[in-house]
Design a protein around this ligand. Structure first.
Ligand SMILES: Nc1nc2c(c(=O)[nH]1)N[C@H]1C(S)=C(S)[C@@H](COP(=O)(O)OP(=O)(O)OC[C@H]3O[C@@H](n4cnc5c(N)ncnc54)[C@H](O)[C@@H]3O)O[C@H]1N2
Ligand code: MOO
Length: 427
């Protein structure tokens, strides 16, 4: 599959250089390789529009009718014929009838008269303009009019928003609130959507316990499980939460195999680094899977496995909670969107100004939890970071406004430098 431009929009984090075997690949290369593996789910479903919110449109929709459907009034006022306004104003014209939204509106405006008309009502034959009622003075069954309206004034023309036969929405669009309003306006009572992708996920780590349960020395509460539960609470995904699995190769293999039988995408956290307790690369291979990416030149998130097992795509995110979040946010979510057939979704990026000075070691692209500060005189916001050692700093992450993107080749950031920033959508 050729990834769509939006999904593969590069981070310019070193993709210009040729990958060296065994060395970390750039974020862009990792993303591209993941997207190449992500064949969109093929099955389609027909759903009533009211049950399709947030789903991914499976077919391009074309308009069978124009939008607006018929010429109609943009204002509450009076439908007039311009020929009735002879000479200089003011003019006085009798009100011969009324037409409201929902009326069939077949009767013409009688010559020498006006019709009372309301917003959304069909424009009666002969009517060349609608005069807002505020521009008229009613006087005993007549109106007085001081100004000659322009031809077509306050008339919303049929087809001016969308012509009959035009594309309403392309396949791959998420049916968000705006899309739903348009589909409804063009009469789409049912839509064809892609089936939900199935995502199985588990956390690895013998130290992990569920929050709310007591801990023995050395144990911690599982954060990544709850991050992924939230991140996968999506209308176009069916999440299968497999809980936590101890750092034992046999258990991990069982979990991986079970997940891959049921899911399009398997996500695990932890166990992807180089320690003796980091089993996932070996477990993936032992289970017949293939490894496509092992390490990415990013911080946090250097150890990141992208592979395949059976029919499923596999993502082994690092265990450190901020590393797991960043790798999911920047790479994992893009891959999930591509599997779901979504043609959009790369995180929005804005330009900010550094509010700090920092000298750094080039070579890895950084995605640092950061807070936005005040605006400069040109409407650009300053950004502040607390530290670059962030991989375990969940509090810093939760308090951040987004991720500051530091390109891999950067060796120095000076106050006032312009940088890219990925704002978080949620509050
Ligand atoms: N010798 C090296 N050690 C490490 C390297 C390295 O290159 N050489 N990389 C470091 C980096 S960077 C990261 S990131 C971590 C990633 O390691 P793993 O993915 O194997 O993760 P674990 O070792 O299983 O866990 C790391 C850390 O995160 C905690 N953790 C794990 N899962 C959870 C969870 N579900 N909720 C909360 N916290 C979790 C775990 O307890 C560890 O503290 O490796 C570095 N080491
Ligand atoms: O790369 Mo690790 O993910 O920094 O913490």
């Amino acid at each position: 599959m050729t990834p769509s431009p939006a999904l593969s929009d590069p981070f310019h984090c070193g993709c210009e250089t040729e990958p060296v075997p065994g060395a970390p690949v750039s974020v862009d290369v990792a993303l591209r390789q993941g997207l190449e593996l992500a064949e969109p789910v093929a099955e389609l479903e027909r759903l009533p529009l009211g049950k399709a919110h947030g789903r991914v449109l499976g077919e391009t929709v074309r308009a069978e009718t124009p939008l607006p459907l018929f010429d109609n009034s943009a204002m509450d006022g009076y439908a007039i014929r311009l020929a009735d306004l002879a000479g200089e104003g003011p003019w006085r014209l009798p009100v011969a009838g009324r037409v409201a939204a929902g009326d069939a509106g077949n009767g013409p405006v009688p010559a020498g008269s006006v019709l009372r008309i309301f917003t959304g009502a069909p424009i009666p034959p002969g009517c060349e303009a609608v005069v807002m009622q505020e521009m008229t003075q009613p006087e005993g069954g007549t109106i007085r009019l001081d100004r000659r309206p322009e031809p077509g004034e306050n008339i919303r023309r049929s087809g001016e928003d969308l012509a009959a036969g035009a594309e309403v929405m392309p396949a791959g669009r998420r049916i968000g609130p705006r899309a739903a309003a348009l589909l409804a306006s063009t009469g789409c009572g049912e839509v064809i959507v892609r089936r939900r992708i199935r995502v199985a996920f588990f956390s690895t780590g013998s130290e992990l316990r569920a929050p709310g349960t007591p801990l023995a020395p050395g144990q911690i509460w599982n954060a990544n499980r709850y991050h992924l539960q939230g991140a996968l609470d999506l209308p176009w995904a069916e999440a299968m939460d497999m809980g936590a699995v101890a750092d034992r190769p046999d258990r991990l293999r069982e979990a991986l195999e079970e997940a891959s039988r049921n899911a399009d995408l398997v996500v695990s956290t932890g166990g992807v680094s180089v320690g003796e307790e980091d089993h996932m690369p070996a477990v993936l291979r032992a289970a017949g899977g293939t490894v496509h990416v092992m390490k990415v030149a990013m911080k946090p998130g250097k150890p990141l496995l992208i592979g395949r097992i059976g029919k499923a795509l596999y993502l082994g995110l690092p265990g450190n909670p901020v590393s797991a979040f960043v790798t999911w946010h920047v790479i994992g979510a893009r891959i999930a969107e591509a599997l779901a057939g979504l043609a959009e979704g790369a995180p929005r990026r804005i330009i900010v100004r550094a509010g700090f000075d920092r000298v750094r070691q080039p070579g890895r692209c950084e995605f640092l939890p950061a807070r936005l500060g005040s605006y400069d005189g040109h409407g650009t916001r300053t950004v502040e970071i607390a530290t670059s050692e962030v991989s375990h700093r969940v509090a810093l992450l939760a308090q951040a406004d987004g991720l500051l993107l530091v390109p891999s080749e950067t060796d120095r950031i000076q106050r006032g430098d312009m940088l890219e920033f990925l704002p978080f959508h949620e509050g």
